[in-house]
Design a protein around this ligand. Structure first.
Ligand SMILES: [Fe+2]
Length: 743
């Protein structure tokens, strides 16, 4: 399965002293591989840039380990173990309600009964547009097809069933379309001989039993059921289960949608588990459109959407572990594994002990955003990018070339539905130091985003000799304000886009208590996400209504399954980014950057003049390793109506943007009018802002994703570097500079 020779992942992306991180590796080599520890100073492979900088760390770590190939198995499904929980059965009816999305795909299991060796005994399937029952008598597989010639259609509801009658050795398979309740019978009866139904030890939904489970189904399944009699020619959905004397089960997928459990509403309590995280709280066959939240009408949300390419936690065995020692410096590290000329770097953050800041500055690592983007196969990927990757000796593997490792929530499933779950418990190429996001950029641009782009900030702080701790979204979500309590200033990186209510609460409280906040990115604090309540690290995103979005959630499916929250933009959840950061998403274009023009008043006003000390020019930032300019790609603006505090000062404003830039969809009312009332072209700008709140908290925001890419330009001797140093000098030391922050 695995074609990449050496690859691994860790069970967590961050930890504190005392925490153990487990590393899982798949190596196709015969020889052992070697693992060591490095600190990542700069992850930019651009030879014209600051340089790829790793530093060996002298701590007990890794060593030599035998190579082994570890498999992974995509495809979501559900498993119910019935062994010993039902009386022996001879005859059986299995049924489900389905909404297929790829009905033409061959061999899709809907409801499969398997024996102890993982062999399917009787399976209800969808095969090339027809409903089939596949039975096994002794070793022979026989397929009975319902009503050839009337193909099952995509995105329509059907009740489908199959039964085996032990009395006469026949299998019946049939279906009924919800939009054609009457009409000719849609079932077929065929003699198949003896089928060993009594050998059934488990049921599989959305796949056919096997080792591993195979024949994955694409689409929704609702209310699967079984009953231990041959309900010939009957839609078993209408059978009077409650008064049946024998064995039966009927699963209600509307229950426990925030879990990996499925609940059997029948008397036997044959609860099961979902595998590979299918989408839950999906509209079912009875959704009327009158209710939008599954919490208000769970009976209308009894469907699970399964996908044949769902893959999140790979479930690999652990090869080695590392316990973060007391006193280990906070920062970005990587487990480096090497074997036969191949190398992989598994990144992780070391955070300070809880409640014990070891520096005055805290840098937030946007690991939720990194994970949400994890393995983003970009639609504009071009094979020519591989030439640059090779020339720069950049990280060689790209999700656009290897989609089999699972894609991101910026991609689609094979059936065209949007991927709404993300997990870091698998190899994420896009998190590797040395990975480049854009491979066809011009000038000095490195084409970096996310983790790699954020190392521009880490490397700049290092170069300036400014100590900093790193806290990730995970600690912020888990510990709230406790995670950032002891810092004079907290800064984001380039793109802190995805947040939970808890991460936003923590940052808001930090400002309310007087902490200084720097937002050095763009399109931050934009989408709401949910964290799976079972602690498995899975994130959920519903791309609702509007915003710059990679796909569109289906009507009625805007509420998150994990926590019942209304998904989508924080702007539509009463928390626009401007409330926290003074600025929020306004325009997007290609990966091009421009410059800011400094407001003349901000230069002379004593409240803000200090920010521009040592800056001579009227414009700043027309250079950089991200998009060749400090104001680029995704731009944020101040807007009082969206929550920008009244006393916020716009101290610089970007201009002269590339022709590709347009306002974001939520800003456009028509082709000539905008939500804010400003002309369309005026919304294409980044506002650099400063604010001091009543609590004493100071705010500095730059409103651009590419901003941090300019810090190290010209060996960090530039105006963007000077501005950030001026702000940090003030934020970190109210009285006098605590560190030499340079010119
Ligand atoms: Fe983004």
């Amino acid at each position: 399965m695995s074609v990449i020779p050496l690859l691994g992942y860790s069970d967590r992306l961050s930890g504190r002293p005392g925490d153990q991180i487990a590393f899982k590796v798949s190596s196709l080599a015969q020889a052992p591989y070697h693992a060591s520890l490095v600190r990542v100073i700069c992850a930019d492979p651009n030879p014209a840039g600051p340089g790829f900088q790793l530093e060996d760390v002298d701590l007990p770590f890794g060593g030599e380990f035998p190579s082994r190939s570890q498999p992974f198995f995509p495809g979501s499904h559900a498993v119910v173990r019935v062994d010993g929980r039902i009386p022996p059965i001879a005859s059986l009816t299995i049924a489900a309600t389905i909404w297929p999305t790829t009905p033409e795909k061959p061999g899709q299991g809907i409801f499969s009964c398997g024996d102890k060796d993982g062999n399917p005994i009787l399976s209800l399937c969808l095969d090339r547009g027809t409903v089939t029952a596949v039975s096994r008598s002794s070793s022979e597989r026989q397929t009975v097809t319902a009503c050839l010639g009337r193909p099952i259609k995509a995105r329509q509801w059907y009740r489908v069933w199959a039964n085996y009658d032990a009395g006469n050795g026949t299998v019946t398979v049939g279906y009924r379309a919800f939009d054609a309740p009457t009409g000719p019978p849609n079932f077929t009866v065929a003699a198949v001989g003896s089928v060993p139904i009594a050998d059934t030890v488990r049921f599989i939904f959305a796949g056919e039993d096997g080792d591993p489970v195979c024949g994955h189904f694409n689409g929704k399944i609702e209310a699967p059921s079984f009953i231990d009699i041959p309900v010939d020619e009957v839609d078993s959905h209408e059978y009077d289960f409650e008064h049946h004397q024998g064995a039966w089960g009927r699963w209600d997928f509307a229950r426990d949608t925030g879990s990996t459990r499925i609940v059997d509403a029948g008397p036997l309590g044959l609860h099961g588990d979902v595998v590979n995280m299918p989408a839950r709280a999906m509209t079912g066959s009875g959704w009327t459109g009158e209710e939008m939240s599954w919490k208000h009408a769970p009976e209308q949300y009894g469907a699970i959407h399964f996908h044949d390419d769902d893959i999140y936690d790979f479930g690999w065995e652990t090869d080695f572990t590392f316990t973060i020692p007391e006193g280990m410096r906070s920062g970005l590290y990587a487990a480096r594994i090497r074997c036969g000329g191949h190398e992989d770097l598994m990144p992780f953050y070391v955070c300070p002990p809880r409640g014990k800041a070891t520096a005055d500055l805290c840098v937030l690592a946007s690991t939720f955003t990194y994970t949400i983007y994890g393995n983003h196969a970009r639609p504009n990927f071009h094979p020519s990018w591989l030439d640059r990757i090779s020339a720069w000796n950049a990280y060689p593997w790209n999700p656009a070339v290897h989609p089999e490792y699972g894609l991101s929530t910026y991609n689609f499933h094979t059936d065209g539905s949007g991927i709404c779950h993300a997990s870091h418990k698998r190899p994420l190429f896009s998190l590797r130091p040395g990975y480049i996001t854009f491979g066809a950029t011009e000038g000095d641009c490195s084409g970096l985003r996310h983790l790699q782009a954020d190392t521009h900030l880490y490397a700049w702080l290092e170069k300036r000799g400014i100590p900093f701790d790193i806290i990730t979204d995970q600690e912020l979500h888990d510990d709230g304000i406790e995670a950032i309590r002891g810092y004079r200033a907290v800064t984001t990186g380039s793109h802190p886009e995805y947040h939970t209510p808890r991460t936003l609460d923590a940052l808001r409280q930090y400002r309310e208590r007087g902490g200084h906040f720097m937002y050095l990115g763009g399109n931050g604090f934009y989408w709401r996400i949910a964290v799976h309540p079972e602690g498995n690290g899975t994130l959920e995103i519903r791309r609702n209504e509007g915003g710059i979005r990679a796909w569109a959630a289906e009507p009625g499916e805007y509420f998150q399954a994990f926590d019942g929250g209304y998904g989508g933009l924080w702007r539509r959840n009463n928390r626009p980014p401007q409330q926290l950061a003074g600025v929020g998403f306004s325009a997007q274009g290609n990966f091009h950057g421009s410059y800011y023009r400094i407001d003349p008043d901000a230069r002379v006003n004593p409240e803000t003049a200090w920010i521009f000390e040592g800056v001579e020019r009227e414009t700043v930032g027309d250079f950089g390793f991200s998009g060749n300019g400090a104001a680029g790609f995704e731009l944020d603006r101040a807007d009082h109506r969206l929550g920008t505090p009244e006393n916020t000062r716009v101290i610089a404003r970007s201009e002269n943007h590339h022709e590709s830039f347009i306002p974001v969809p939520e800003e456009l009312l028509t082709h000539i009018t905008t939500w804010s009332g400003e002309p369309v072209e005026k919304l294409v700008r980044a506002d650099m802002v400063y604010q001091r709140s009543d609590s004493g908290s100071q705010l500095f925001s730059t409103g651009s994703i590419t901003f941090c890419g300019s810090l190290l330009y010209n060996d960090a001797d530039n105006d963007i570097s000077r501005i950030v140093a001026n702000v940090l000098r003030r934020f970190l030391s109210p009285e006098a500079p605590k560190w030499n922050l340079g010119p």
